[in-house]
Design a binder for this molecule. Structure first.
Ligand code: SAM
Length: 204
């Protein structure tokens, strides 16, 4: 997966490559799909949701530029795979998931794997996690037509936020950088994600 899908497409952050090599992706995949765990596409994880393609997980993580001391908010725990990658590369991970079935399953796997720096809650992640913020990095792994305002507020100065921005059938992976009262926006590439359903995303 790392040699065939990630390195040739420009993932060159060694810590990111090492994390994706180390973490057993099949542990986060439903039993009947385990044979495709390392394939180059997203897979269903239940509740109509997906685990993202390995390359997209790596790309989003690389753009976060993690040095190891950050507090990170993840919106959309899903299977917990991206959460594990973040937990290897940053200090504390706060992850919000809409479906309790997914949050519970992810928490079980992450506990079995021994992670101690992850907190998961069930709720509308478009509101962020006010009591736990602010965050040095925020990753939204579901598509939103605009950047949820509470998440910009919960981002530290010099913080970075990455999300698939747009609606419908395709979005643009977008990096938001906060510097004082300025927001810099960088388009990265086209992508396709399930919607961020919530108050500041797609209405339920
Ligand atoms: N990063 C995940 C992984 O590694 O498996 C994949 C995430 S999946 C593409 C998007 C997730 O966002 C789904 O599990 C979905 O239920 C969740 N989601 C959608 N809207 C949400 C919201 N408002 N708050 C929290 N989670 C949300």
């Amino acid at each position: 997966m790392v040699e065939e899908q990630l390195i040739p497409r420009g993932i060159n952050n060694q810590k990111v490559l090492d994390a994706l090599s180390r973490i057993e992706r099949h542990k986060f995949i439903p039993e009947n799909l385990k044979k495709s765990a390392y394939a180059d596409f997203p897979l269903p994880i239940g509740e109509g949701q997906t685990i993202s393609q390995p390359y997209i997980v790596a790309l989003m993580t690389q753009y976060l530029g993690l040095a190891g001391k950050e507090r990170v908010l993840e919106v959309g725990t899903g299977s917990g795979y991206q959460t594990a990658i973040l937990a290897e590369l940053a200090r504390e991970i706060y992850s919000v998931e809409r479906y309790d079935a997914l949050a519970n399953k992810a928490e079980t796997v992450l506990n079995e794997l021994g992670y101690k720096n992850i907190k998961i809650k069930v709720g509308d992640g478009s509101l962020g996690w006010q009591e736990a913020g602010p965050f040095d990095r925020i990753i939204i792994t579901a598509a939103s037509p605009n950047v949820p305002e509470p998440l910009i507020e919960q981002l530290t100065d010099n913080g970075k936020l990455i999300l698939p921005l747009g609606g419908g059938f395709g979005q643009v992976l977008t990096l938001i950088e906060k510097k004082g009262d300025k927001i810099k926006t960088t388009d990265i590439c086209g992508c396709v994600f399930v919607p961020l359903v919530g108050k500041y995303g797609v209405p339920n």
